[in-house]
Design a protein around this ligand. Structure first.
Ligand code: NAG
Ligand code: NAG
Ligand code: NAG
Length: 805
């Protein structure tokens, strides 16, 4: 059997077995030696120690045997008997950390076989440095750990044992940690990091501290490890916004989805602790509908149309929340800027329509209000009225304007206006709107009726039929309705003592002039009357026109022979001297014609003559002249029948007889009695006297009757009008009533505007013709008449008229 050193611990067990089995070995020898001796180093002289003979060693083939397949750790020098180190002995390798490390081997000698146990006690040498399992020790420590927190660090190992093993630890100087070294239950030394100052990840999120382990060898050896401390985040930071107030200006016409602002908050914490969500923290309901907030990005967008006029400023509070619920908060102040998006509104607050045409210049006819919801210049409204109307706008209070007249109104020219009001604001671009106000002009009785002619002349043929219409006047009044309704009447005047109304009348409605009676040119050739045209306004306006009436002649008068008188009296005898020569004037027939003009142009002719050759008559002047010289042979008494003829159509003729006496001596005149006197002449005178007396008597009686009739007649109360018409008495010409039946003809209706007190403004309407029961407007007048008549004390028969007063 070879003796060999044993290495491993397992081998040692085998060795024990060996010891048990080789019970009869001679003696043991123990050597103590440090590890790591050089090969060949002498451990001891085993021969000497065992008492063996050195010179027999080689003979006996002395050798060292190790058990099993262990490496030989020592050798024996057969010459000297020295035990030497065969190979490197590493205690740590052989014995690990066992405190005693003994190698066993056997010295085997042959012849006789001899076995000696040799024990090598290997002493430790500080040949190993402490070492950590890893060069870098990673420790994660939450920043929330409080002071005093302990963190165990792995031990450092040193293969050496005993004092050569790790004896102490040193920690690199640092701000946060101290080192606490403790001993294990098994005696090992471990260290703990003790937190001396609280960590703040946000300040320093990691650090590396060198930990040194030192053994107790001499000299000591050391090993280091880096402690890499990672400070773990604790959610100790609230999110912080980049600005405490976000001020944003936003135009009101911003489209939807416009980004108003993006709020950003940062959280110093890490990971989930630093994950931020945004939310509105304080927001009005209105703003909530208008703005949206992206929870992730913090983007605030426009969700609904903005309206500066509704809300011009929003204040929104936004908070950022991290996942552990810590919040930060900021304010977003959104100013909405105005855009000219509102059209000015024109409101007619009041309009005085219809406006009377006599409205003074500058009078207010309406109040207009302008509104523009925009602000500043966008809401500044300018207004105007179109050019061609007599109105303008005058600023009143604030946005109120008065619509006033700038000129006189005349309904008769323009009866209504369309006033277009335009309002423009000062925005850019400006907005404008317009409104048309319809204003009508109410009538005022400002126009008197105007006659179409400056004056009228009327020619009436005499001997006309009474009641026939002879002419017509017309007046125009441009006013409205009753203000423009023309009523004609004759202004009373006298024509040669007769009231003009007894000559002519005018139809109040039509202006047709009627002859009341038959005219006689020879009595009345012309006269003037004034016709009044009056409207029905209140008060009424009127104008008058002069109507010149000319009666035209008709040949209705026979020529009237003034000389010689037709009475056939004998004194109408002309003396013709016997010596009258041809051409000398003998006599003259003088005739007149009441007619005029042609009708009164007279022509004279000798119709019959005693001697037709003796006298001639001037056709135009009626002068009777000698046609030839008178001679003795001529008859002394000459008789001429002369006709006087007017030039009318047909012409009228009058005749007369002329007695001429050709004589120089008046003594011959008595003879004339024969010529002129008839027997009947005295009888005629008698009849004449009787006739005259009876005519005078008749005339007197007639006068008396006329007077009586007249009295009675004047007592009867007079109706104002023949027709069933009531005229406001106040506006009647004073003696309008005198016209009576022959005067102004009225239509059978009138307006009731003056009969009732409350209907001044009503339109006119027809009323039924009044009868006895409905005398109203005229009652006063009639009653007065009655009383007056009573006062006169004359026999009055008032009862005959039905009074309702
Ligand atoms: C005013 O307007 C109305 C309706 O548009 C029209 O009938 C009328 O003739 C106008 N009047 C004037 C004076 O322009
Ligand atoms: C007539 O004129 C008067 C004022 O002179 C006025 O009050 C009245 O309304 C007018 N009548 C009509 C029908 O226009
Ligand atoms: C007729 O009219 C004139 C003015 O046009 C006025 O002076 C005169 O008094 C009037 N005559 C009567 C009788 O009303």
């Amino acid at each position: 059997m070879d003796r060999e050193c044993r290495w491993s611990a397992g081998m040692i067990l085998c060795f024990c077995f060996f010891v048990l089995t080789a019970h009869s070995v001679y003696g043991d020898v123990t050597y103590s030696l440090p590890e790591e001796m050089k090969r060949g180093s002498v451990i001891g002289n085993v021969a000497k120690d065992l008492g063996l003979e050195v010179n027999k060693l080689s003979y006996r083939k002395a050798r060292i045997d190790t058990e099993g397949n262990q490496k030989r750790c020592c050798d024996i020098n057969q010459n000297t008997g020295d035990l030497t180190v065969a190979e490197r002995i590493d205690r740590e390798e052989i014995c690990s950390d066992r405190i005693s490390c003994i190698l066993q081997c056997e010295l085997v000698l042959e012849g006789p076989l001899e076995l000696h146990r040799i024990m090598l006690k290997i002493d430790d040498v500080n040949d190993n440095s402490p070492s950590f399992q890893r060069d870098v020790i990673k420790i994660e420590i939450s920043e929330s750990v409080t002071k005093g927190g302990r963190f165990r660090l792995n031990e450092a190992h040193d293969a050496d044992i005993g004092t050569n093993a790790v004896q102490s630890y040193n920690l690199q100087r640092n701000n946060y940690f101290a080192l606490s070294v403790n001993t294990n239950a098994d005696g090992g030394k471990y260290s703990e990091l003790v937190l001396e100052k609280e960590l703040d990840r946000e300040q320093q999120d990691e650090m590396t501290i060198i930990l040194t382990a030192v053994d107790g060898g001499s000299p000591p050896r050391s090993g280091t490890a880096a402690i890499h401390v990672i400070v773990l985040d604790a959610n100790d930071n609230a999110p912080v916004f980049s600005q405490s107030v976000y001020k944003v200006s936003l135009s009101e016409n911003s489209p939807l989805d416009t980004v108003v602002v993006t709020v950003t908050a940062t959280d110093a914490d890490e990971g989930p602790n630093g994950e931020i969500e945004y939310e509105f923290s304080r927001i009005s309901d209105k703003a909530r509908k208008i703005f949206s907030l992206d929870h992730k990005t913090g983007q605030i967008k426009v969700l609904q149309h903005l309206d500066f006029e509704e809300e011009s400023k929003f204040e929104i509070r936004v908070q950022a929340v991290d996942s552990y619920g810590l919040t930060g908060d900021t304010k977003v102040s959104v100013n909405i800027t105005d855009v000219n998006d509102n059209i000015p509104v024109i409101l007619v607050k009041f309009i005085n329509s219809p406006v009377h045409e006599d409205t003074l210049i500058g009078a207010e006819v309406g109040i207009i209000n302008f509104q523009d919801r925009d602000s500043k210049e966008n809401g500044q409204v300018h207004c105007s009225v179109q050019e061609n109307v007599p109105f303008k706008l005058v600023p009143s209070i604030k946005n109120y304007y008065s619509l006033v007249t700038t000129g006189e109104l005349d309904r008769e020219l323009v009866s209504d206006y369309n006033i277009t009001i335009t309002a423009t604001d000062e925005g850019f671009p400006p907005l404008s709107s317009s409104k048309t106000i319809h204003l009508s002009i109410a009538d005022v009785n400002d126009n008197p009726p105007l006659f179409e002619e400056q004056f009228y002349s009327v020619h009436i043929q005499e001997n006309n039929k009474p009641g026939s219409s002879v002419s017509k006047v017309a007046a125009k009044d441009p006013d409205w309705r009753q203000n423009g309704t023309v009523v004609y009447s004759v202004i009373p005047s006298d024509v040669n003592g007769t009231p003009v109304s007894s000559l002519l009348s005018v139809n109040g409605d039509t202006g047709v002039i009627h002859a009341v009676k038959s005219f006689d040119y020879e009595q009345l050739m012309s006269f003037k009357m004034i016709i009044l045209a009056r409207d029905n306004g209140s008060p009424p306006l009127s104008s008058n026109v002069t109507v010149s009436v000319f009666i035209t002649d008709e040949n209705d008068n026979f020529p009237q022979i003034l000389y010689p008188s037709l009475e056939g009296n004998t004194f109408m005898t002309e003396m013709v001297p016997k010596a009258a020569q041809s051409g000398s004037l003998v006599s003259k027939v003088i005739a007149v014609d009441a007619d005029s003009g042609q009708n009164s142009w007279l022509s004279y002719h000798i119709v019959k003559a005693t001697d037709s050759g003796l006298f001639t008559i001037g056709e135009h002047n009626g002068e009777i002249r000698m046609k030839r010289d008178a001679s003795e042979s001529d008859n002394m008494k000459q008789n001429l029948v002369v006709s006087v003829k007017d030039n009318g159509e047909p012409s009228l003729t009058a005749t007369c007889s002329l007695y001429l006496l050709i004589s120089d001596n008046l003594a011959e005149v008595p003879e004339l009695k024969d010529m002129s006197y008839d027997d009947s002449s005295s009888k005629l005178t008698f009849y004449l006297i009787i006739g005259l007396v009876s005519v005078s008597t008749f005339f007197l009686t007639f006068i008396i009757i006329i007077l009586a009739v007249r009295f009675c007649h004047s007592r009867k109360p007079r109706m104002l009008f023949d027709g069933a018409v009531s005229i406001p008495t106040a506006y009647l010409p004073p003696n309008y009533a005198e016209v009576d039946g022959m005067g102004t003809l009225r239509s059978t209706y009138n307006y009731d505007a003056y009969l009732t007190t409350g209907s001044r403004t009503s339109d006119f309407k027809f009323i039924s013709p009044y009868n006895n029961g409905t005398l109203s407007a005229d009652l006063t007048l009639q009653k007065t008449n009655c009383i007056v008549d009573d006062l006169t004390g004359l026999a009055v028969d008032c009862d005959q008229v039905q009074y309702t007063c």
